[in-house]
Design a protein around this ligand. Structure first.
Ligand code: 0X9
Ligand code: ZN
Length: 370
């Protein structure tokens, strides 16, 4: 299919479209015989081959679509996991690989994709199969490829600044480029293109962010939960991040975070603990991030999860040893059960919070009356 036909297919109204021959670069060849391993970090080509192989191997549970292309024409994929013959009412969104150097993020994403697909394939009856999963496995493939080929600590995408932009350097920080909420864009970000936190010339200027926004808006009616995987920090950051102000359902998000972090910690074979706090007060104020965009589109349960750092003194925190991929993936998968339970039945979760609050109020009143 040539580019014109691809464009025609896009404008025909489907929004995103079923994978066929719509790649701009040489399409990856599926290799269904290849089993995935989690004892090394995969480069972008290996990840793409894995995704296309999963699509070929599990047509009833795994569905890959092309959302668009990065600046350097790498394919931007969306994965949907769940029983295709029985779509669930609710869906959980996960994205990975926004910041190029945070390798544990897409590696964890791959682990989750693998486990969730296998749970669906064996028709498991569990929280994991009670919702559908919408996963962007790699938001920033150009940056990620660059960390493998040239500069391990690269963070941004790889689009050169528009002519006339201050600095004339390469790369926009994609987690500063989301244009919604308006008042957040530019907060805690730089207008200088050589900065690590360059926000870009305007909100949603980057093809990778445009694809993300389009996919989230399309899926929005079914999504009540969105988690963005980053590193490093061992922290579960709730929205907002662009301000220290809190959304009116702040308490719900913190209670949700604490409940699910408890499950991560229980599942951790490394006895890891995670903090739960709003991004704006717990970390720093920074706008234009995907979590605040998600919250603003009306998604209730929103978090950026900063996965564990390397504690190896020789290494930068981003360079978590590949030996840890499995332990991080396993513990996060433990917490994901709680995420799925709440997403499948948010009313149940909110009612139980109300009951806990009522019981606490009663206790307080009894003590005060003594
Ligand atoms: O700064 C970021 O984009 C994230 N931290 S990282 O070290 N992975 O770069 C945190 C984003 C938190 N959310 C908002 N500030 N909205
Ligand atoms: Zn990050």
């Amino acid at each position: 299919m040539n580019l014109l036909l691809v464009l025609a297919a896009l404008t025909a109204g489907t929004g995103s479209y079923v994978i066929n021959d719509s790649w701009r670069m040489a399409p990856p060849q599926p290799d269904p015989a290849k089993t995935i391993n989690f004892d090394e970090y995969h480069d972008w080509t290996a990840m793409e081959t894995y995704l296309v192989s999963m699509n070929a191997t599990y047509p009833d549970c795994f569905h890959l679509t092309i959302l668009g292309w990065s600046h350097e024409n790498r394919t931007l994929y969306k994965v949907e996991i769940g029983d295709r013959s029985r779509p669930k009412e609710k869906a959980v969104w996960i994205d990975a690989g926004t910041h190029a150097r945070e390798w544990i993020s897409p590696a964890t994403g791959e682990y989750l994709i693998n486990e969730l697909t296998l749970a669906c394939d064996r028709s498991e009856t569990s929280a994991y199969t009670s919702v559908d999963w919408i996963i962007l496995p790699m938001v920033n493939p150009d940056g990620y490829a660059y960390t493998h080929s040239d500069e391990r600590m690269w963070r941004k995408n790889r689009r050169p600044a528009d002519s006339g932009d201050d600095g004339g350097c390469v790369g926009v920080d994609l987690n500063r480029n989301f244009g919604t909420p308006n008042e957040g864009f530019g907060v805690g970000a730089s207008s200088y293109s050589c900065s690590e936190t360059y926000k870009g010339p305007r909100g949603d200027s980057e093809p990778e962010v445009e694809a993300f926004v389009k996919a989230m808006n399309e899926a929005r009616p079914r999504i009540n939960t969105a988690i963005s995987l980053h590193s490093f920090g061992q922290s579960w950051l709730t929205s907002y991040g662009y301000t220290t102000e809190r959304p009116e359902d702040h308490d719900h998000m913190i209670a949700w975070g604490k409940k699910c972090v408890e499950e991560i910690e229980k599942a951790s074979k490394k006895n890891r603990t995670y903090s739960v706090e709003p991004a704006g007060t717990g970390l720093y104020v920074a706008g234009g991030a995907s979590d605040d965009f998600a919250k603003y589109t009306g998604i209730k349960f929103v978090a950026t999860v900063e996965l564990p750092p390397s504690h190896d003194g020789q290494n930068n925190g981003h360079k978590l040893s590949a030996d840890e991929i499995l332990s991080v993936g396993e513990e996060f998968y433990g917490g994901l059960k709680c995420v799925a339970e709440v997403a499948a039945n948010p009313d149940h979760f909110l009612q139980s919070l109300e009951q806990q609050q009522a019981a606490a109020d009663q206790d307080a009143a009894r003590i005060a009356a003594m």
